[in-house]
Design a protein around this ligand. Structure first.
Ligand SMILES: [Zn+2]
Length: 329
């Protein structure tokens, strides 16, 4: 069951200003690791979530007064590293603007993580079937499991009519209450990637001048659809080449299959099997990215090592080689 934010919470949020008013200034998210009581890795799900579904830690609703550390719903107007009310104390008291809040880890989990071949994981979960509508990437430190940063943009389709876009956004994002913020902030895919490349460079993960693949980092996706299928399709529509940092990735479902020796067909199955409660709304990119990251953190704490599972051929990029013998087809 997906948890949707009551409309009343959103009514206090002012309309979003056009995106060009916002300088490209990603905010480094809180990096603290809370010292929670030692907990075995299998209890991880309880420590990672305080969503309404999590009976072990009932949430404090925004209307209730309490300490600043209580659970707050994610501000749905938070995109491009900020929202219009970042200087409004009442708003900040009601809404969470820190993605790492739903991804807290405890010290005992860190002891269990095997050494990884990568420094950072970039959890990516695209939304949009016809054209990409949302591009969220959560950057996670492979050693400390902390959320280093979050890149999020809503994406404006380039070949859809205005009427079709309106219908599409109303149907998809209307139910989450973010259709307004989508319309106010969505930018074309090409601009999203331009900004993403600046963000990658700021984190020293990739440099346009050097080209090539990511430096010490890899994308983590749930399935091959995002990077094998959707990105090349969108690049074609947006009349651009597939950028070189999208040449390889880690399909979490393949690592899951090889590590646990169990097949999981999707994010919900993995979460169910690992007893991780859902945070936020399924199919809202921001929330799915966080939930996939929670599966990743659970797997790391269980001892999994993340490895590249799929690679494009450099001579014919449409050909993808799958590196695991046992994989989800
Ligand atoms: Zn906000």
């Amino acid at each position: 069951m997906a948890y949707t934010f009551p409309k009343a919470y959103l009514s206090c949020v002012s309309p979003f200003r056009p995106s060009y008013l916002y300088p490209l200034l990603p905010i480094a998210l809180s990096s603290q690791i809370r010292s929670l009581p030692p907990m075995h890795a299998f209890n991880l799900s309880a420590s990672l979530s305080t969503t309404p579904q999590d009976k072990s830690s009932p949430p404090t609703l925004p209307s209730q007064k309490g300490s600043s550390s209580r659970w707050k719903p994610m501000c749905l107007y938070y995109t491009q590293g900020k929202c219009t009310k970042m200087d409004d104390a009442i708003h900040l008291g009601k809404f969470n603007h820190d993605c790492s809040r739903d991804l807290e880890v405890n010290i005992s989990m860190l002891k269990c993580i095997p050494s990884q071949n990568l420094d950072f994981f970039l959890v990516l979960d695209l939304e949009g079937r016809v054209e990409i509508l949302e591009f969220p990437v959560l950057m996670i430190n492979a050693k400390t499991m902390e959320v280093r940063d979050f890149f999020h943009r809503f994406v404006r389709p380039s070949e859809m009519s205005e009427q079709r876009i309106n219908e599409y956004i109303e149907g998809k994002y209307g139910k989450f209450g973010v259709d307004r913020v989508w319309h106010d902030t969505a930018i074309p895919f090409k601009e999203v990637l331009d900004q993403f490349e600046v963000w990658l460079a700021q984190h020293r993960l990739w440099e346009k001048q050097l080209g090539g693949s990511l430096n010490g980092a890899a994308f983590i996706t749930c399935g091959n659809w995002d990077l094998k299928t959707k990105v090349p399709q969108q690049c074609k529509v947006s009349k651009m080449k597939v950028p070189p940092y999208f040449m390889e990735w880690i399909n979490l479902k393949d690592v899951y299959l090889n590590f646990y020796k169990r097949r999981a067909t999707g994010m919900m199955t993995m979460m169910k099997e690992l007893r991780i409660p859902l945070v936020g709304s399924h199919h809202l990119g921001i929330d799915d990215t966080k939930n996939i990251a929670r599966v990743l953190l659970h797997m790391l704490a269980d001892g999994a090592v993340m490895q590249i599972t799929a690679k494009r051929s450099s001579t014919s990029p449409e050909d993808v080689e799958f590196l695991f013998k046992n994989r989800i087809r």
